[in-house]
Design a binder for this molecule. Structure first.
Ligand SMILES: N[C@@H](CCC(=O)N[C@@H](CS)C(=O)NCC(=O)O)C(=O)O
Length: 254
């Protein structure tokens, strides 16, 4: 897909989802043990969970489970439930709990990590599925099916937020290649975070909120822009969605 179509369809996908997964809470403490999500990028319930994770500003290890892939088979085998288990499956070792399905996961998040957005939790199953199917369709179901890949030793690290039109193609590629990654959510926390990094809505020099992940990122890079990928296996790090997708294909696609 050329870049104009890529960004336009990704913008449309976020619009179908009413831009859920853009705004993040101002303060959040990360739990001691990393949360884990068995995820499928274009699945309606997985999307709903990832939107809530952006809202709660929580970081998480994503294990992509596209259709036809080894991760999904391993999940089915490990659970002993065969086809009875499907993403999203959420593992919280802080609470010694694991659960399946958006409803149970959102309830758990609400109970332990703060209020998930009312829109996310109020969307009926049908509304969620229709808008998410529209979002998946406009992306031509990218990120649904596994591609042959070489597996890295360590998970990659992706700075992103759910509705970012530029981060979505990167997440789709990570999913297709079944590459586990630590998702660091950098949702928007104030009006001046809005807009692309090169054209913010506010005219004042950009300043993230103090004591936030955004501020830490800003101090390190001089700006805040997502997607940003770090690969501890090759010691490469990079901005720019198209460069990241090219890198993933060249490094991991068979
Ligand atoms: N050309 C860049 C554009 C990235 C971009 O503009 N990302 C937006 C989010 S969609 C951003 O970082 N906005 C600034 C912010 O969130 O603070 C790419 O393709 O990766």
């Amino acid at each position: 897909m050329n870049q104009f179509l890529n960004v336009t369809t990704s913008l449309l996908a976020s619009t179908y989802r009413c831009w859920q997964g853009t705004v993040a809470d101002k303060t959040t403490e990360q739990p001691e043990q990393t949360l884990m999500l068995f995820d499928q990028e274009n699945d309606a319930e997985c999307r709903q969970v990832r939107e809530a994770l952006t809202k709660l500003n929580l970081d998480i290890l994503i294990v992509p489970c596209p259709k036809g892939g080894k991760n999904l088979e391993a999940l089915k085998a490990k659970s002993g439930k065969g086809d009875g288990i499907q993403p999203p499956v959420f593992v919280d070792n802080n609470q010694s709990k694991a659960m399946q399905g958006a409803k149970a996961i959102l309830k758990h998040l609400n109970q332990h990590y703060g209020q998930v957005s009312s829109a996310t939790s109020l969307l009926s199953k049908a509304t969620n599925e229709i808008s998410s199917t529209l979002a998946a369709t406009v992306r031509l179901n990218a990120g649904s099916h596994a591609l042959p890949s070489n597996q890295p030793e360590l998970p990659l690290i992706l700075y992103s937020f759910e509705s970012s039109p530029y981060a979505r193609p990167v997440r789709e590629k990570l999913c297709e290649l079944e590459l586990p990654y630590i998702l660091i959510n950098l949702g928007k926390q104030q009006v001046s975070d809005m807009g692309p990094a090169t054209m913010r809505w506010s005219l004042k020099p950009y300043q993230p909120l103090p004591n936030t992940k955004r501020e830490a990122f800003f101090k390190q890079h001089g700006n805040v822009q997502v997607p940003f990928l770090m690969d501890p296996n090759t010691h490469q790090s990079m901005f720019e969605s198209t460069d990241i997708v090219d890198y993933l294909e060249q490094t991991y696609q068979q």
